[in-house]
Design a binder for this molecule. Sequence first.
Ligand SMILES: [Fe+2]
Ligand SMILES: [Fe+2]
Length: 339
Amino acid sequence: MTDVGTTHEDLERFLAEHHLVGAGLRREGVAPLREGNTSAYWDWEGIYRGLMRSGEIVTVGPNGMTGMRSVTGIEARRFPIWMNAQILMPGERTQAHRNTRSETRLVCQAPAADAFFVCEYEAFPMERGDVIISPSWTYHDHWNEGDVPALWVDGYDNGYCGGVNLNERMPVEQPYQEVRKPAGYGRKTLGHARAMRDGAPDPLPPVRYTWEETRDALATLNQAGERDPFEGVHLMLASPVDNGPTLPTIAWHAQLLGANEATRGHRHNSTTFYFAFEGAGTIVIEDERLDWKTGDIFAVPAWKWHHHENGSGDSILFSIDDWPAMTKLGFYQKEEQSA
Ligand SMILES: [Fe+2]
Ligand SMILES: [Fe+2]
C-alpha cells in the first residue's frame, strides 16, 4: 500500500485507493465506482489514515474551508442515506450551519470530556459510542477543546430532495451559537419528567444517546435472552418525542452478535448503512461475502437478501436505516427466510 504522503494530491491518491474522497479535495474522477452487492464497503485503515492526514493539511473553520473535513465513500452517494467520517483537530471549532437534511453522528474517538457538539444553544459532550442527532434546520457546530483529534461517523438522510440540500451558515463575524443552556439540559428534561407545554407537541430536539445507555441496554437484553433471529440482540435509539424511530426519516440501531452467531436472511427495500463498532464478522449479501472488522463502514442495498455470520467473539454493529421514511411514504416491504 502506498503511503498517505504529504500533499493534497498524495492524499487524494491514497483516499482513491480506498474508494474514498475528501471534503476540500478533488471529488470527481479519482477512482472508478465499484459494482456489485458488496461494493459499498470502506475499510477503517483508509478512513482513519485519510482522516488523520486530512487533519494536518486541510483547514476548517471560519478562516479555513467553510464546510467540514470529512471522507466519504465514492459509492456512498448512490444511496438515499449514507455515512461518512469526520475529524476535528485539537483546538478547532467549526462554523455553525443548519441544513434541510437531518444529521446524526456516532463518536468513534474523542478527548475525554473535552469535545462538544453544540446544537440549539446546548453543548453535548462527545464520547466514544455516543450518537448525537441534530434535527433538520437546527444550527450546529463541533468544538474540540481537548488535546487529541475527535473522530466521528455521520449518518445522513440526504433531505430526500434529490441532492438539493438548503444550507445556511452563521456569519464569519459571529460563527458560533453561544451555549446558553445548562449542562445536561436535554438529558435532564426529556425523560419521564418534562416541561409542561400546555398540550403542544414536543418539537424534535437534538438528542445525545450515550454509549453507556446503549451498552447497558444491549447487555441487559442479551442477559434476558431477547434475541431476534435476523439481527441478534437488536435495539433502536428511540425518539423522546413519540418513542418512535430516531428521526422521521432514519432510525439508528445497535446490535450485538454473539460469537459465531449466524442470523437468518431477510431483505427489505430500505437501505442500511453499518459501522462496525467492535469485533469482526461477515455479512452475506445475495451470493457475495463481505468480511468486516472494527471501524469499517458498509451498506446493504435495498431489496438484497442478507444475513450475518459473526466472528469468534462478540461484535457490536451500529447502523442507520431509512425504514421510517419508507414506511411513512407507504413503500416499505420486507421478506424473511423461514427457519
Ligand atoms: Fe452539519
Ligand atoms: Fe437487514
